[in-house]
Design a protein around this ligand. Structure first.
Ligand code: FE
Length: 130
């Protein structure tokens, strides 16, 4: 995949302050505050920074955790996983494969068929209705 590389200044210009804090500084939105936490409309969720298709609505489920949750990305090539040892925890960070934007984390407590829960910030996503 061709990577998108932009300077901090360019990202600051193209993202809202909240998107910049989360996507570029690995922040987290407060639970239950994101615009996509409870949506169930058919469509696809894209990276808010670069528009890469990330998660189909078919894999979205109600996890009760306060962030949009998916059990599978559209394709595994579109997301990357990294070990995250910040905040005294060992977690798996999920980023956009194309722009490197921080999306959230993936946990091994999701539903079938994958058993995974991709816990993703709404601010890192943009929705395209089917
Ligand atoms: Fe991206």
């Amino acid at each position: 995949m061709d990577k998108i590389r932009r300077s901090d200044e360019e990202w600051r210009r193209s993202l809202t302050p909240e998107q910049y804090r989360i996507l570029r500084e690995k922040g987290t939105e407060r639970p239950y505050t994101g615009q996509y936490t409870e949506t169930a409309t058919p469509g696809v969720y894209l990276c808010a920074a670069c528009g890469l298709e990330l998660f189909p609505s078919e894999t979205k489920f109600d996890s009760g955790c306060g962030w949009p949750s998916f059990y599978d990305p559209l394709t595994s090539e579109n997301v990357e996983e990294h070990e995250d040892r910040s905040h005294g925890m060992v977690r798996t960070e999920v980023t956009c494969s194309r722009c490197g934007g921080h999306l959230g984390h993936v946990f091994p407590d999701g539903p079938t068929p994958t058993g995974l829960r991709y816990c993703i910030n709404s601010a890192s996503l943009r929705f395209n209705k089917k």
